[in-house]
Design a protein around this ligand. Structure first.
Ligand SMILES: [Zn+2]
Length: 140
């Protein structure tokens, strides 16, 4: 390889790394959140083997008395709503990670304009810019 070409490739590599610093930060945040969510979900739910990113709250059996049955159902319904909230966030995180892989991360899904980096750092799963978010809230 001649020296000029090595030089150009090296500098291309450096500038590539600089533009990727922001994405690396966001990716790290997303992966940390993904692990937290998996830990929380695992504590009371199990992965649905048929649907990736889906979980099922476990039904815990306390016993056979009416009180125990009532307590089981109450716990299960609490776990079910918690599971739905965590699972939704978990899928948002997975989607954001796959947008990074696909190279489309950081663009608004409605107007395709770049989303403010401060917004993405505060909420890395954002897929819409603030203007579009406000617009959609008004329409809803
Ligand atoms: Zn937008």
């Amino acid at each position: 390889m001649d020296r000029n070409r090595a030089y150009t490739e090296f500098h291309g590599f450096i500038s590539h790394c600089v533009t990727n610093t922001f994405l690396m930060t966001v990716k790290e945040k997303l992966n940390t959140r993904k692990e937290q969510l998996e830990r929380e979900l695992k504590s009371f739910a199990s992965r649905n083997p048929h649907a990736s990113g889906h979980w099922e709250a476990k039904y815990v059996d306390f016993g056979r008395s009416e009180d125990e049955n009532a307590a089981e159902v109450a716990l299960y319904s609490d776990n079910l709503s918690l599971e739905h909230a965590l699972e939704k966030e978990y899928r948002d995180v997975l989607n954001a990670l796959s947008r990074i892989t696909a190279g489309s991360y950081g663009n608004c899904r409605y107007c395709n304009q770049p989303i403010d980096e401060k917004r993405l750092l505060a909420r890395p799963t954002s897929s819409a810019c603030i203007a579009c978010k406000v617009e959609r809230k008004k329409a809803a």
